[in-house]
Structures are given as C-alpha cells and as structure tokens.
Design a protein around this ligand. Structure first.
Ligand SMILES: Cc1cc2nc3c(=O)[nH]c(=O)nc-3n(C[C@H](O)[C@H](O)[C@H](O)COP(=O)(O)OP(=O)(O)OC[C@H]3O[C@@H](n4cnc5c(N)ncnc54)[C@H](O)[C@@H]3O)c2cc1C
Ligand SMILES: NC(=O)c1ccc[n+]([C@@H]2O[C@H](COP(=O)([O-])OP(=O)(O)OC[C@H]3O[C@@H](n4cnc5c(N)ncnc54)[C@H](O)[C@@H]3O)[C@@H](O)[C@H]2O)c1
Length: 467
C-alpha cells in the first residue's frame, strides 16, 4: 500500500520535533508534522524556557540585597517593568519558534500548521478536512493544565497565562504545591506581586525527599510568599470589575486580583479519535505504550507527556529520538526512566534531585544517609542566613549511591554532573576518591565522611554521627 508519508507526527513540541527531525535527517524518511499552535510546544513557548527567564528576572531584588552586603550600599532593584520584559520575551520566543521551524524544514519535514486527529490506523484528518495517510503515526500532543473542578474556576488563570499577562497582578493567589506552583510563586513574589500560595498538604512538592520538601516550604515563607498550608479554595466569584473573591474550604474568603491554578496537568488525548480506534488509554487519559513507545495499535506510537511516564522535556526528547532510531534506523533503543534527574527552580535555592528519596530507600532496605547543611560562603558574606543542604543516600553493603538531593544555588547544574556517576553505578567510595574543587558548594558531595543516620533494616533511625 502506498502512503503519503512514512511518518506523520501530531504535535510540534519537545518529543514530536525531535522524532520528526531525526527520522527525516538521519534516516531519509518522508515526514509530515501537524502543530495546532506555536512550534516548539509547551517547553519552548509556555514552559521551561519562558519560566526560567522569568526566574532570572525575579532575582533582581535578592541580587541588589546581596550587592549591598558586598559593599555597594546604593544597590537597588527598583520596580520591575513588565511591558519591557514581556516584549523581549515575545521576541525571544519568536526566535526560538523560528529556529524549531527552520530545523524541521531544513530536515525536509512538511509542516501542517493545524490541528490533526486520527481516523484509522494509517490516516489522519487535518482541521481543514484534508486526509493524509502514513505508514506510521506518532502522537506527541503533550498535556494540558488540569483545573480543580470547583465553581467559578473559569475566573482563574492557568500556567500558560503567566507568559501572556498584560500586567503583573498586585495580589495573586497560586493554588497547588507542585513544580509549577513553587516556581510561579517564586517568580510572582520576586517580580513584586503580593503572593499567596494555598496548598492542601502540609509541605510542598509531594513525592520529593521529605527533608528537602521542608526546606523548600520554609524558603517560600522566607522570601515572603504568604503560604497557606492545609488550605484549598472551594469557589471563585467575580468581585467588582477586575477582582476575584476566593472562598476557602474553612469558610473564609479573600479578594485577589488574579488566581493561578497549578493543580497538575493531564494528557491531551481528548478529541484525537483514540477511543474510536481502540488505542488503549489509562486512568488519566494517558496513552498506554510499551517499552518501544508503541501503542495497542501497531502502526501508532506515542511519546512525551501524553504517555505520562516522566513528564519532563529531556525525557520527551529521548523518547522521540529512540522511537526514530528504533523504527527507522534499525537501532532498537529503549528509554531508561529509572534514574532521571530534575530540578525545581525556586529561589534563592533550587531543589535538585536524582535517584531514590530517603523514604523510598528506607522502604527498600538498609542505607546510610549523609547530610551536610551549611551557610554558603557567598550568601553568608552578603548578609543572608539561608542554608544549603546536600544529601547522599548510600546502600549499606554495596556502598552504591542510590540518591542525591541538593538544595542550594544552581543545584540543577550540580545534579546534572551527579547523574553521570550515579548512572554508572558509582559507590560512595568513588565519590570520596574525587578530589574536591575548593572553594565551591559542590565539594561537599565528595567530602561527607561520616553518615548522619542509618535508615531501613534493623539498625534504622540510630543516629551514627551528627553532621
Ligand atoms: C510551566 C511549565 C514549566 C515547565 N518547566 C520544565 C522544566 O523546567 N524542565 C523540564 O524538563 N520540563 C518542564 N516542563 C515540562 C515540559 O514542558 C514537558 O514535559 C514537555 O514539553 C513535553 O513535551 P511533549 O513533546 O510531550 O509535549 P508538548 O511540548 O506539550 O508538545 C505538544 C504539542 O502538540 C500540539 N498539539 C496538541 N494536540 C494537537 C493536535 N491534535 N494536532 C496538532 N497539534 C497538537 C500542542 O500545541 C503542542 O505544541 C514544564 C511544563 C510547564 C507547563
Ligand atoms: N522544573 C521542572 O522540571 C518542571 C517545572 C514545571 C513543571 N514540570 C512538569 O510539569 C508537571 C506538572 O506540574 P504541576 O505543578 O502542575 O503538577 P504537579 O503534579 O507537580 O503538582 C500539582 C499540585 O496540585 C495539587 N492539586 C491537585 N489537585 C488539586 C485540587 N483539586 N485542589 C488543590 N490542589 C490540587 C497537588 O496536590 C499538587 O501539589 C510536573 O509534574 C513536571 O513533570 C517540570
């Protein structure tokens, strides 16, 4: 049977763009790609990239304070000029979108700037009615913000809206306690908004190492975020022309200029035609795939957030690349999701992590926990008491490093380097054998000599030596 394309990709985000480009440029495959919005997807247009630029912008006040501590008594950040920043941000996103589009075109990929849905195992239909056949279809449509399902929620914003606001809200409520809530509360507070964060749990970042969660929670308070733990909004009502009244579960109510929901994301599978076709979906609507990213319909594959494995850009990219190598390059490649490093870009300290948390390690068996908590020289001299924390979790018996957690400036940069030896199965002795780079924060990772406590197994919870 003749097809219009060897491969048709739905979604021009991290996973789809990589798969399309590799298939076309490395393996000479005839590829078409549909994107309903801006090329680059969530990460480039409304995620990682604009978020990190806003994190940088939000540091001005802290940088001025530190400069004063270093002998610049006049240092002041002044007021943030949102229109100025926003204009620059838009130009940067245009540039990146152009680069992604150009990369695909250069590889010979045909771009269809419209929504696609699947009609059968080899046919997609574009929004303009055009039908296209392909030997293989790759679904890389990502996820969408999920709302909490409360009355008046349409009055709130979602993470996409942070990057397109006309002005900064004076008083804002962020709802949630995950990656996005923590980063967005940090940004909004740093840019000058009076920021309240409502989270229904007792410490933010559920699923992360408990000790580290407490540090991030305390830091949010320390930077001036009005943190409401055990709090959840029950309804939103319009108040006057431009404000929203939020009623919380405990019956109290408050008025905000803006409410931002950061209450999770869900796979964007609605309206794609998957149920009709018999593509197996999971409980959250995610596409169920095997280790080769193949769905229950053999000609259809899926990568990235839509499969809800590990929802991070480098993972989507690796899945897309592996798919292209496997299906078109005769180089079968599976993605190992077991040791994925990540960072939460809060300020002044980030939380970065790879491997098991202390709680996961304890459930698995005996392990030694090494913790170093200290005031970094740079911020200490600048006048701040803020502490950095580094933690290694080491399996008793094998000496293998099972987990590393860093709460400190540029922790994301450090964890990337730690992920390499950990992926190679490094032991604590391997870490100790590395000569320290002095004076740095990272040297703590190779100079922690005595365990702070032992977890799991019979000798658990007996502090061996205090750090
Ligand atoms: C605010 C925020 C911050 C983030 N920060 C980070 C970070 O710092 N680090 C990190 O690693 N990850 C981060 N992420 C997660 C990261 O953005 C995602 O994991 C990644 O973008 C997933 O890539 P993807 O290819 O699966 O989907 P996406 O990048 O979401 O791409 C899917 C694309 O498909 C298009 N599409 C959807 N349906 C159709 C259709 N029917 N027809 C045509 N096109 C369609 C969409 O318009 C979109 O462009 C962040 C996410 C958010 C929301
Ligand atoms: N730095 C990064 O790498 C980065 C940054 C942002 C996002 N991401 C990715 O995007 C994903 C989505 O981020 P996210 O923060 O939206 O999701 P999340 O799953 O990390 O957090 C969602 C939060 O919302 C809370 N919540 C859920 N339903 C609620 C309700 N009805 N009422 C009140 N609270 C509710 C949850 O308890 C949780 O704290 C992340 O899991 C991550 O994979 C990564």
């Amino acid at each position: 049977m003749n097809f219009d394309y060897d491969l048709f990709v739905i979604g021009g985000g991290s996973g789809g763009v990589r798969a399309a480009r590799i298939a076309a440029s490395e393996y000479g495959v005839h590829v078409g790609l549909a994107e309903e919005s801006r090329m680059g997807g969530t990460c480039v247009i409304r995620g990682c990239v604009p978020k990190k630029l806003m994190i940088f912008a939000s540091q001005a006040g802290a940088m001025a304070a530190e400069s004063r501590g270093y002998g610049w008594p006049e240092a002041q950040s002044g007021d943030f000029d949102w229109p100025h920043f926003h204009h620059k941000l838009e130009r940067e996103l245009d540039r990146l979108e152009g680069a992604y589009t150009g990369g695909l075109q250069g590889a010979g990929v045909d771009i269809h700037k419209q929504r696609a849905r699947i009609l059968d195992a080899h046919t997609v239909e574009l929004a303009d009615g055009q039908r296209i056949t392909a030997k293989h279809i790759l679904i890389a449509v990502g996820g969408r913000p999920q709302l909490p399902g409360i009355p008046g929620q349409e009055l709130g914003m979602i993470s996409d809206d942070l990057f397109t606001m006309e002005r900064l809200p004076g008083r804002v409520l962020v709802v949630g306690g995950g990656f996005i809530a923590c980063e967005f509360a940090t940004i909004l507070k740093g840019l000058g908004s009076d920021t309240v964060l409502a989270y229904r749990g007792d410490a933010v970042l559920r699923g992360f190492d408990d000790e580290m969660r407490r540090h991030v929670t305390e830091q949010l308070r320390m930077i001036g975020v009005d943190l409401r733990l055990g709090a959840a909004p029950e309804r939103l009502d319009r108040e006057g022309a431009s404000s929203v009244r939020v009623t919380f579960k405990d019956g109290s109510s408050e008025v905000f200029e803006a409410v931002m929901f950061a209450t999770g994301r869900a796979p964007y599978t609605q309206g794609l035609g998957l149920e009709e076709l018999g593509v197996k979906l999971g409980r959250k609507g995610e596409i169920v795939v095997d280790e080769w990213s193949q769905t229950s319909v053999p000609s259809i594959y899926a990568v990235g957030d839509v499969t809800d494995r590990v929802n991070l850009t480098p993972v989507a990219i690796r899945e897309g690349h592996s798919f292209a190598d496997t299906v078109f390059g005769a180089k079968p490649r599976k993605v190992d999701h077991s040791l994925v490093a990540s960072a939460v870009y809060t300020r002044p300290h980030e939380l970065a992590t790879v491997g098991l948390t202390e709680e996961q390690a304890a459930a698995r068996g005996p392990a030694d926990v090494y913790v170093a908590s200290f005031r970094p020289m740079r911020s200490l001299f600048g006048g701040s008491e803020v502490r950095a924390v580094m933690k290694l979790i080491v399996e008793t018996g094998t000496d293998k490093v099972l987990g590393c957690h860093i709460f400190g400036p540029e922790a994301g940069e450090m964890i990337q380097m730690v992920a390499i030896p950990m992926g190679m199965g490094a032991t604590k002795a391997d870490f100790d054998a590395a000569m320290a780079v002095h004076p740095t924060l990272a040297e703590e990772l190779v100079t922690m000599r005595k365990p702070t406590r032992r977890i799991g197994g019979d000798n658990a919870d007996k502090a061996v030596v205090s750090a």
